[in-house]
Design a protein around this ligand. Sequence first.
Ligand code: KG4
Ligand code: ZN
Length: 326
Amino acid sequence: MSLNVSSVPVDCASRTILAIETSCDETAVALLRGFGEVLFSDIASQASIHARYGGVVPEIASRSHLDVLPLLIERAFYESTVSLKEVDLYAATAAPGLPSALIVGTSLTRGLALGAGRPFVPINHIEGHLLSPFFGEERIEPHIALVVSGGHTLLFDIQGFERYKLLGGTRDDAAGEAFDKVAKFLGLSYPGGARIDALAKRGDASSYAFPRSMLHSGDWDFSFSGLKTAVRSFLEKKSSRISLPDLCASFQEAVVDILVTKTLHAACVYRHSLITVSGGVSSNSRLQTKMKDACADAGISLRVAGPELQTDNALMIAFTAAHKRQ
Ligand code: KG4
Ligand code: ZN
């Protein structure tokens, strides 16, 4: 059966790409030309819907994607004045993520691609985060990449586009997950990472001593569940006269210490002069400051994606698709 998909080679630097992201609780659509001309990008967050349940409810997430996605796609074409026929490539996050949420985005995008007779490119969400610090550029330089999000804490040795070696990852909770769970213990609403970050700015990070698990484990893995449990036990034992800003700052410092120390060590061992940090937790102000200072001391360059590319978005999916020879 011929699906009549156009395979006319279009110069990668000028391709128009429609990308969809629905892996968790953000519905995002982007239209990108080449590697960095943003024609449209918007994110509809469901955070306030899930906040009352204290975390993401997959069934609600997928239904919400189904409601919002067609409207967002319609707006993308209307506001950018790009037509369906002008899109050279259709991309959507295919994994990892909530299966029922991913199906909404991939099915719809695949359908659009099929209707327009253009290729559909499934994109890995982690690769999207991983490449986001290079947004706008064709060349992906060799580097050490730290991907820190709600679902992942991963360290990679990157030699170039599609030349990724996974060095290690979390053995239990992801860094963002630890932020969200500790925020829940503290009665802060979901997602709690940004709330802890904001409160920590008024606190003293040396107030309470929390463990730095696996700091010198001799591998590139992480573990945050012990730290999360340490905070919970501390709260159970000392329920009165605890300073919330001091507690947030002390917990955050422990997470940041582990992430910075292991990433810098990997850059030294693998002889890289560039580090990138991506994913939702890369928004953390203390992580950015401490990583910047540590990199400056070690003579290593640091790249963190712009704010609009840190938490889940469709631009990083479009950008990754822009590099695929499809
Ligand atoms: O990349 P992302 O949007 O979604 C996943 O792929 O998981 O990351 C979301 C995570 C959440 O756990 C959220 O609490 C965390 O990123 N996050 C932060 C901050 N902003 C978002 N964690 C710490 N500090 C922040 N400022
Ligand atoms: Zn993500």
